[in-house]
Every structure is written in C-alpha cells, then in structure tokens.
Write a protein that binds this ligand. Structure first.
Ligand code: 6PG
Length: 466
C-alpha cells in the first residue's frame, strides 16, 4: 500500500510531526539523511503507522500521488539539498512542504525553482515547539491555493484545535506562510522580553523572591494576560536546580540565544519602512545580553542612581500587570501592522482576522487576547493599527498611567526596561498629531537642499537658509 504522506528530517520537530500525523490515521513514510534518527524513531514509534526508508528513491516511490512530502530540516542550505535530492524522483503535481523556519525570500526562490519542474512548493510556518509538533501546532501554509487544498485535510487534522476550529488556514501565495511565521516569532521576541522586564521589576525593584513572583505570574494567568508564555514563566520560576537546590532560574546564565527569525522580522520592517521598534528592541536586548563579559566589567565602572524608597507591593504588582498588558498591545500592534503593510506591498491579501484566530492555539504566542485581536480585525478589516480598535483604545487609555509609572520608576531606579519603555514611546509617538519631524525636514533642507513639503499648500519647497 502506498503511504499517504512522507516526512523528511527526523530531528525533534520532524519526528513529532510524523508521530502526530500517524496518530491521526495517516500512513507515514519517514526518511532521514542519516540512519540513526530513523532507527531511533522506529524504536519509539508508539506502535503508530510510521514506515522507515533509507534511500530517497524508495521513500518517494512509496508515496501515493500526488506525493506529499513534509520536510522538517534546519532552515538554510539543508532545504536546498533535500529539494535537489528529491527533484529527480518527483513528478508533475507532487507537493513539497517546508515546515522549518525558512526565510520567506528563500521560500519564494524555491517556489519559483520548483514551478519550473511542475512541482508544488508550500512554505509552511509551524509553531508550537516539540510538544506542539506532536499534539497540535499552529500551521501557516503559503503556496498555491490548489496545492494547499490537496494537503489541507492532513494539515488541518494535525493542527491545534480551538473550539473545534483548526489552527491552520491558507495564508497566501509563495512565501506568505513563512512570512507570517517569521513575524509571529518577532512578536514572540517582544512578548518574551516584556515578560522578562516585568520579572525584573518584581524581583529587583519590589524585592519579591522567585516563589512569590511565580505566584504573581500564576495569578496573572487567570486574567486577561492568560497566555502560554505567562503560564510557562510561572512554571519556570517554580523549578529548582537538582544540583544546588536553588531556583533553576538563578543558575541560568543571562545570555540569550537566537536563531534569526526575530532579526529577519526587524530587518524586513526596516527594509519596508515599518516602525517595529518594540520587536527590534527585544532583539537588541538579546544582543546586549550576549556581551556578558563587557556588562560585568561595565557594572564596576558605570554607576546608577541612588537607592530609592520601598514601594507598596500590591499597588505596584497591579501597575506592572497593566504595563505589561499595554506593552503587549503595542507589540502586537506592531506585528499586525507589519502584516498589513507587507500584505499590501507584496499583494498577498493577508486576512489578519484569520491569522489572529490560528494564533489562539498551538503556537508559542497563543493567548486569550488573540480572540479580541481577531474580533477587532473582523469588525474593521482595514484597521490601521490595533491600538485604534475600540476595545484596545479603551484599554490603553486605562492602562497608560501604569505603564508611565513603571517606565518612569524603572528609569529612576536604573533598571533597564527596553521594551516597556519603547512601547510607551511607540504609543506616544503614534498618537502625536504634530510631531517634531518638521525640524528634521528643515535641517535636511538646510544642509543638503533636500527640500520639504508645506502644511498650507501642495508642492516641494527649498529655502536659502543662510
Ligand atoms: C515556535 C518558535 C520556534 C522556535 C524559535 C526560537 O513558534 O515554535 O518560535 O520557531 O522556538 O525558532 O527562536 P529563537 O531561537 O530565535 O529564540
């Protein structure tokens, strides 16, 4: 019997995707470049219909046509190698899906390359980590609608489900799926950094111990901040180190890693003139964290402010909660603005309402508040900025004082809060009807005759300033 789908790449994500498919009545062929991972999967295949192949040709021939091949290898040249190895064995109409975090420009290039061979290519954003891959991730497929229709029964089945709806919808042509996943990760960077800054304030400024902070996060997870990232942060803070008995968080080195998707989100926003400052600031916070030795040396040279008075814990815990929520609104506003603007630029027709809906389950940024985001775009598809939706406009009106207090107190205490303060700056900049950019225009015209526009009539003007 021919198998209904094949999975190539049996690292953590690939093997879990294969098991997920097999656990939902798919008959799955698997192949890995090296034999060890295939053997390991077969030793732990939970009795599911997973069939190992050790040659690409045999693997491809074992699949029902049109062949559906899900590739889950490290983004980059490994994908190109897999594609090269598959092309000689595939036929017109066969479908390759790339489930990794590929750059959307690479996906577009591969799409064009495979079109020449009559092979369909779907760039599939997959979010949810190891557990999500096995039990139900959020899935963001981009390619031709026709190819998507062929794989939709499988992808929607293996995706997370929220209220009976799969967290998988057709996103758009070519690289659109990987683009949506990329910006999801940018939002993820900002969300994580905002949480880290709330933690710092609670720990450093309010002097709460780790267990108390875990309780604060757990209680926040009962309310409007309810989300996967808040939930796991409470869990993380309760974990003890086996060796020392200390909270594990206290023995984890404060140098953040990254694999590039947050950087790509920032670079894309810069290239396309989109102010994604909170996302970019989260990236820079990781970069600064990485220069640990320099920071340790600087701490002995560069002084901070005098110690300040003790703060009322209950009052400030609520202020931090509100500040965090408002920071989140601003960060998601930037991410969704990037979706809207890029969709217009690339003519993708991204449906923001649906993107928010599929983010409700499976993915790393899943959160209750995505329901409200989806509703906001459902009510007004062309909403210029999430903060302008009536629900969020009211919310930021209510919470801005808390954000200002937390940012001001952080600043006066010498506590870095890059994403919280950038959220506030973004909010204040965005609501400024008359900005200081007239000064910039005048300066540009003064030193470079770059010209300026006037407020009172159409045209391009230059002044002889001296
Ligand atoms: C997800 C994650 C996933 C991965 C990131 C981590 O949605 O499942 O975003 O894709 O965890 O690549 O990214 P960094 O290593 O850059 O933090």
């Amino acid at each position: 019997m021919l198998h209904s789908i094949g999975v190539i790449g049996l690292g953590v994500m690939g093997r879990n995707i294969a098991l997920n498919m097999a656990s939902r009545q798919e008959d799955v062929a698997v192949y890995n470049y090296t034999r060890d991972l295939t053997d390991d999967l077969m030793a732990h295949n939970e009795g599911l219909p997973v069939h190992p192949y050790y040659e690409v040709a045999d693997f491809v021939q074992s699949l029902a046509r049109p062949r559906k091949i899900f590739v889950m290898v490290t983004a980059g040249s490994a994908i190109d190698s897999v594609i090269e190895s598959l092309i000689p064995h595939l036929e017109t109409g066969d479908i390759i899906m790339d489930g990794g975090n590929s750059h959307f420009h690479d996906t577009e290039r591969r799409f064009d390359q495979l079109q020449q061979h009559g092979i369909e290519y779907i760039g599939v954003g997959v979010s949810g980590g190891e557990v999500g891959a096995r039990t139900g991730p959020a899935i963001m497929p981009g390619g031709t609608k026709e190819a998507y229709e062929q794989v939709a029964p499988i992808l929607t089945k293996i995706a997370a489900q929220v209220n009976g709806d799969p967290c998988c919808v057709y996103i758009g042509p070519k690289g659109a799926g990987h683009f949506v996943k990329m910006v999801h990760n940018g939002i993820e960077y900002a969300d994580m950094q905002l949480i880290a800054e709330a933690y710092s304030f609670l720990r450093v400024r309010l002097g709460l111990d780790v267990e108390e902070i875990a309780d604060v996060f757990a209680s926040w997870n009962e309310g409007e901040l309810k989300s996967y990232l808040i939930e796991i942060t409470a869990d993380i803070l309760r974990k003890k180190d086996d060796e020392t008995g200390l909270p594990l968080i206290d023995v984890i080195l404060d140098q953040a890693g990254q694999k590039g998707t947050g950087k790509w989100t920032s670079m894309q926003s810069i290239d396309n003139g989109i102010a994604s400052s909170i996302i970019t600031e989260a990236l820079f916070a990781r970069y600064l964290s990485a220069v640990k030795e320099e920071r340790v040396a600087a701490a002995t040279v560069l002084g901070g402010p005098e110690a300040r008075e003790t703060l009322d814990k209950d009052v400030w815990i609520e202020r931090i909660r509100q500040a965090l929520y408002m920071g989140k609104i601003a960060a998601y506003a930037q991410g969704f603005t990037q979706y809207r603007t890029s969709s217009e630029l690339y003519d993708w027709n991204l449906r923001l309402e649906e993107i928010a809906l599929i983010f409700r389950g499976g993915c790393i940024i899943r959160a209750d508040f995505l329901n409200v985001i989806s509703e906001a775009f459902a009510k007004d598809e062309s909403l210029a900025n999430l903060m302008l939706a009536p629900y969020f406009a009211d919310k930021v009106q209510d919470y801005q004082t808390a954000l200002r207090q937390v940012v001001a107190e952080s600043s006066l205490s010498g506590l870095a809060a890059p994403c919280l303060s950038t959220s506030l700056t973004y909010y204040d900049s965005y609501r400024t009807a008359n900005s200081n950019a007239n000064i910039l225009q005048a300066q540009r015209d003064y030193f470079g005759a770059h010209t300026y526009a006037r407020t009172d009539r159409e045209g391009t003007f230059h002044t002889e300033w001296q």
